[in-house]
Ligand binder design. Structure first.
Ligand SMILES: CC(C)(COP(=O)(O)OP(=O)(O)OC[C@H]1O[C@@H](n2cnc3c(N)ncnc32)[C@H](O)[C@@H]1OP(=O)(O)O)[C@@H](O)C(=O)NCCC(=O)NCCS
Length: 442
């Protein structure tokens, strides 16, 4: 009975193609912590990054070099100090730091070459001295000022993977040791990247180690799987005093990039085989993700919204597009609904009705026609799909008479009546003959 396996493969290939289409021409910045550069899975990680590049994703690599710099300085008998997690790079140490940073970038370049990828190490980072902070002189430790974005884009346009050592230069060519995390965050912001990855040796942010804002959901093992940028800001505020800790610093950079429009910042564990592909293609939510507040206008419906939502649905009910719901009925089921609101006015709504079978129905989707084509419908559906995922549901489905193409474009696939939970199947309205579109969340 090989057939089901083949079908599973076909489904998987379809899914991969749809993701590949979605991310075509997008930009991912990937910072790899120095601890992962020695990990046995590194070659696999690099292979996966090359695959992403081949799928049309602009991929930029920023390796951390702390381990290599420590080794080189020790070997040459140069002592160093760190304050608040930042190395004080003396004038004596900087040539060795530079050597170690380029050496680290070079080892990645070698691995990329082994996978036939075109890659290049560049000097596109403008930096300035960190200077004296709280009485501490950081000497040749620098801060990233800006990226020479035009030169970088020219490299990306040629299909080349740029690799960034943790060095930046002043206008007069003086080298500074910069943080690879800050560099990655700045790159992602300036390139308006879709994703920024911090590949670390930790499984993410855990509630046992920090004060977590109340609105943030946690997984059963106490991990923060996702936070919005504003929640990340609250997190930083609530954990003042932990600035020197890696996770705090990563959330700080994630937040900075999020504010600059990077949609998703993933802090993931590089010790998991295939972590980057798993995170992108399966929505398994490994590690911790900070995401832009794209749903900021979507909120749960309140009792006082009932008249507005009823008005919004009215014309669509008359056209036979939506099922009739009385104001009384809406007053009962409003907690299942979310609305899209701007400046106090509701422009869209949609509901998620859960079934004991672990499925949920998306229903009552309506967008004010004066506000159509602005992505409101899409945001409402994405919001509900994310909610269903968070609730651990296996599948969402929708019954629609005239919008199956729209749902198809959102990744839903046509199903049959047999796919419906039993009580919903019994209530199927023969006169409407709606199509059943379903999205698998497992
Ligand atoms: C379908 C609906 C929710 C889309 O809302 P929206 O905010 O305009 O959607 P988005 O902006 O996210 O997406 C718009 C895209 O979807 C496409 N689209 C809209 N309605 C569509 C339909 N019925 N079939 C196929 N594609 C459709 C548009 O062409 C548009 O593409 P474009 O931006 O390239 O021009 C809205 O048109 C609506 O309220 N329709 C009536 C109610 C309904 O059918 N509900 C679903 C059944 S529960």
């Amino acid at each position: 009975m090989a057939e089901p396996n083949v079908q599973e493969h076909v489904e998987l290939i379809r899914e991969v193609f749809s993701y590949a289409n979605r991310f075509q021409d997008s930009t991912f910045v990937i910072q790899v912590d120095y601890t992962i550069l020695d990990h046995p899975y590194l070659p696999n990680l690099v292979k996966d990054l090359v695959l992403l590049k081949q799928a049309g994703i602009n991929t930029i690599l920023v390796p951390g070099a702390k381990g290599r710099i420590d080794d080189v300085l020790t070997r040459y008998g140069i002592s160093w100090e760190s304050r608040r997690g930042i190395r004080i790079a003396t004038i004596e140490a900087i040539p060795f730091i530079k050597m170690a940073a380029f050496d680290t970038a070079n080892s990645l370049l070698t691995l990329l070459t082994a996978h036939n990828a075109n890659a290049v190490i560049g000097n596109w980072v403008k930096a300035r001295a960190r200077g004296v902070e709280n009485g501490i002189d950081y000497h040749e430790s620098g801060i990233v000022e800006r990226i020479k974005i035009n030169q970088l884009r020219a490299v990306l346009d040629q299909g080349i993977i740029p690799v960034f050592p943790c060095i930046g230069w002043s206008a007069t060519g003086r080298p500074y040791n910069v943080s690879s995390r800050q560099l990655a965050s700045t790159l992602a912001s300036e390139l308006h990247a879709e994703k920024l990855f911090f590949i670390t040796d930790t499984a993410g942010l855990f509630g046992k180690d920090y004060v977590i804002p109340e609105s943030v959901d946690m997984t059963a093992d106490g991990r923060v799987s996702r936070m919005t940028v504003s929640e990340a800001r609250d997190f930083l505020e609530a954990n003042r005093g932990s600035e020197a800790e890696t996770m705090y610093e990563l959330v700080e950079y994630a937040c900075a990039s999020g504010v600059h429009g990077v949609e998703r910042i993933h802090i993931v564990d590089g010790r998991i085989e295939g972590v980057i592909l798993k995170e992108i293609f399966s929505n398994l939510g490994l590690g911790t993700m900070v995401h832009a507040n794209i749903y900021q206008s979507v909120r749960t419906m309140r009792q006082e919204d009932v008249p507005d939502v009823y008005r919004l649905m009215g014309p669509l009910v008359e056209q036979g597009v939506l099922v009739q719901r009385t104001e009384e009925k809406l007053s009962e089921i409003y907690p299942d609904f979310v609305v899209y609101e701007t400046d106090g006015t509701i422009h869209g709504c949609a509901a998620l009705h859960q079934f004991p079978s672990g499925d949920a129905e998306i229903a009552g989707v309506a967008v004010d026609p004066r506000y159509s084509h602005l992505g409101i419908g899409h945001k409402l559906i994405s919001f509900l799909v994310e909610k269903a995922r968070r609730l651990g549901l296996g599948r969402v489905f929708v019954l629609t008479t005239s919008t199956s193409d729209w749902f198809d474009a959102l990744g839903f696939r046509e199903g049959s009546r047999e796919d419906l939970p039993e009580d919903r199947r019994l209530r199927y309205d023969e006169t409407r003959r709606s199509r059943i579109m379903a999205l698998d969340l497992s």
